[in-house]
Design a binder for this molecule. Sequence first.
Ligand SMILES: NC(=O)c1ccc[n+]([C@@H]2O[C@H](COP(=O)([O-])OP(=O)(O)OC[C@H]3O[C@@H](n4cnc5c(N)ncnc54)[C@H](OP(=O)(O)O)[C@@H]3O)[C@@H](O)[C@H]2O)c1
Length: 329
Amino acid sequence: MYIPREERYQDMIYRRCGHSGLKLPAISLGLWHNFGAITPFEQQRAVLCAAFDAGITHFDLANNYGPPYGEAERNFGEHMKRDFKPYRDELIISTKAGFDMWPGPYGDHGSRKYLMASLDQSLKRMNLEYVDIFYHHRPDPETPIEETMLALHDIVKSGKALYVGISNYSAEQAQAAIETLGAMGTHMLIHQPNYSMMNRRPEQGLTDVLREKGVGMIAFGPLAGGLLTGKYNAGIPSDSRAAKDPRFLKPGDITPEKLNTVARLKDIAQARGQSLPQLALSWTLRDPVVTSALIGASKPEQIRENVQALEKLSFTPEELSAIDAVLNA
Ligand SMILES: NC(=O)c1ccc[n+]([C@@H]2O[C@H](COP(=O)([O-])OP(=O)(O)OC[C@H]3O[C@@H](n4cnc5c(N)ncnc54)[C@H](OP(=O)(O)O)[C@@H]3O)[C@@H](O)[C@H]2O)c1
């Protein structure tokens, strides 16, 4: 039986999510990889337990995480039943719909029909009565924003989600969504964009919109899928994502230019007394508009290394300039 570490809340930092009552751990765990049918159940359990023991109270899912689609939610439902049920009120569990999930015109994009049905399916797979956060996973230019936002508003009213968010929306799309939902009387809790040292696009307008509107931001992929850990600088390790599950991190994407950038960042990390993943996470969290850095992990040791980033969150202006120089080169 899993007994969580008693001191689990001592070292984690909890940050307020925009203008809301909800705090999230500065580091959250996503189940996009490592929770499908190709990962042993006990390995998944070890990662989840290590996360909760470290004070990571937020687990992020989506309808189509796997493989196959739905499998991460199904496995998570089993972990809930076996280990985490007594801690439901200590957990923030999110899921999403917006990408392809089932065949035909109602299993993709942003219609009310898709979002409502998908959330019901997710709740069944996860053995949950409600999720804490439900996201529209990507913008859908063909569905009126009013329809998608009304579905989110009604989902909150139904009690099937306590809060709602959006993901992968541009600054302009996010502003329209936040205002449309707000006019219905529901506050947009959070936005989930990709943000890391390898992708600084949210700095070009999105973070300003979120700050102004009091919406939190959870940065997904802060380690660029593992690239920003330095693990690929001496070739592709056999137990890494690029070797085992290269659906989204293809060996061809790991270019000499990126590896050179990573090597230079590693020198900066060393000078700060951090490991490279710790530097990447501290950097992602340097702007308070970023509520949480949403990592993935295949091993419990990765969680334990990554949460130590929180011991050194501040940067000198010289360190930030040195990082900018590497990233802009
Ligand atoms: N909203 C969206 O559209 C969207 C899209 C993508 C992701 N997400 C969310 O963001 C979450 C995180 O995405 P991600 O997994 O790509 O994030 P990431 O944190 O950039 O990459 C995580 C991977 O890096 C490696 N790693 C982590 N810590 C390490 C360490 N200390 N040392 C060595 N390797 C380490 C592990 O891969 P190995 O297998 O190589 O060990 C791990 O699975 C997802 O689970 C999901 O919840 C959302």
